[in-house]
Design a protein around this ligand. Structure first.
Ligand code: UD1
Ligand code: UDP
Length: 386
């Protein structure tokens, strides 16, 4: 029986690996499945583990407030050394581009354990944007024995780097599996709508404000390369927009990173809940976040995962970054890069609020990232080929 270990540590990895854990667990006659979390994130990881009812076999519990890249890399590497020595899996699966992923892949390589890279082949080709993610995924790509590319374009990127085509499997992105599962759950559980409205109200945003057609701009931000001036400019733009459009609600579930909160306080002051249409709330549990994203008019973000999810829900996404490793939805016209420049953010959000034609062009549902069956394809690969 093949022993598969799935390793992840942050919120987005957990969201994207959870459906894969569940899919492997359907085949326990063929696989021994183990989950190791590094807990590079703690609270934001635990929110996802609890939603998907995943109990890790190993928990490195590495998170420290204000950790830097050295802290995370060193703790994952040494933590994984001991876990891998004890467990001796046949394959280690890591996800995407976090420091958990690259350090766990390296740890597996040091014990000559083959690595499967889920969400392989995304590239900006600029190692400082996003930073350090572009280098993390390139490192993981060099180590990986199996590359699960979400799209034909990501396969093309890997082929251009000389990766053996036999070792690249186009699967779709597992985020769409997660999204569809959650959307289904919301649609099919009659009581859930009301529960989620209550959750959001408790979190600080009353969705009944949207019942009479009020528009919502949903905001997230956390990229390291934007810390400092970039974040200040983003926050100033959001403030200006919320003052310009007093009849539009702006909701910002804040990442727990102190580097994200500091500029928010610098621009908006210490008391964030003072003004009428600007709502700063704590990170939302995935179900509530998807519910709110579905209610949003526009999504303004620097997130990777949200660039993949929101187009599937037909929501225009303005990305506060200069590059993206996810150009598919850009090409489809539902995502636009606006960087962190004050004027560019204000102008682009304004024109989507003011110009119905522009809005219509950007708000059609497209889903270049998958059909919700990525996890099945990955498991099938291990059943038949690996
Ligand atoms: C990490 C990933 C990034 C990913 C992002 C998703 C790296 C280098 N960065 O960035 O690729 O896009 O997660 O959100 O791998 N914190 C908490 N509780 C939590 C989570 C974070 O308090 O549950 C705070 C802590 O102070 C922590 C800090 O946030 O030290 C930074 O966390 P870290 O994982 O290092 O960086 P992120 O910006 O979250
Ligand atoms: N998300 C969430 N709650 C929030 C904000 C985001 O569950 O309050 C989800 C979102 O739907 C997406 C993922 O978290 O699936 C994105 O995480 P993040 O932006 O932190 O990381 P990235 O995708 O940029 O690596």
């Amino acid at each position: 029986m093949k022993k598969i270990m799935l390793v992840f540590g942050t919120r987005p990895e957990a969201i994207k690996m959870a459906p894969l854990v569940k899919e492997f667990q359907k085949h326990t006659n063929e696989f021994a499945v183990e989950v190791c979390v590094t807990a590079q994130h703690r609270q934001m990881l635990d929110q996802v583990l609890s939603l998907f009812e995943i109990k890790p076999d190993y928990d490195l519990d590495i998170m420290k407030p204000g950790q830097d890249l050295y802290d995370v890399t060193a703790r994952v590497l040494t933590g994984m050394r001991d876990v891998l020595k004890e467990s001796r899996p046949d394959v280690v699966l890591v996800h995407g581009d976090t420091t958990t992923s690259s350090a766990a892949a390296l740890a597996a390589f040091y014990q000559q354990i083959p690595v499967g890279h889920v969400e392989a082949g995304l590239r900006t080709h600029n190692i400082y944007s996003p930073w350090p993610e572009e280098m993390n995924r390139q490192i993981t790509g060099r180590i990986a024995e199996y590359n699960f590319a979400p799209t034909p374009l990501s396969k093309k990127n890997l082929l251009a780097e000389g990766i053996d085509p036999e070792k690249i499997i186009v699967t779709g992105n597992t985020v769409i599996d997660a999204l569809y599962q959650v959307v289904d759950k919301i649609k099919n559980t009659s009581t859930l709508n009301e529960e989620l409205r209550m959750e959001l109200k408790k979190a600080g945003y009353n969705t009944s404000r949207l019942d009479k057609g009020k528009k919502l701009v949903l905001i997230t931000g956390h990229r390291r390369e934007n810390f400092g001036d970039g974040f200040i400019s983003m926050c100033k733009a959001i403030k200006a927009l919320s003052e310009k459009y007093t009849d539009v609600d702006f909701v910002y579930p804040m990442h727990l990173n102190p580097n994200v909160r500091k500029p928010i306080h610098e621009v908006f002051g210490e008391n964030l809940n003072g003004s009428g249409n600007m709502f700063f709330i704590e990170p939302l549990e995935y179900l509530s976040f998807v519910y709110l994203m579905d209610k949003a008019h526009i999504v303004l973000t620097d997130s990777g995962g949200i660039q993949e999810e929101a187009p599937g829900l037909g929501k225009p996404v303005l990305v506060m970054r200069d590059t993206t490793e996810r150009p598919e939805a850009l090409d489809a016209g539902t995502v636009k890069l606006v960087g962190t420049d004050f004027d560019k953010i204000v102008d682009n959000v304004s024109s989507l609020i003011d110009d119905a034609d522009k809005y219509d062009k950007m708000s059609h549902a497209v889903n270049p990232y998958g059909d919700g069956k990525a996890c099945r394809r990955i498991v099938d690969f291990f059943k038949t080929k690996a």
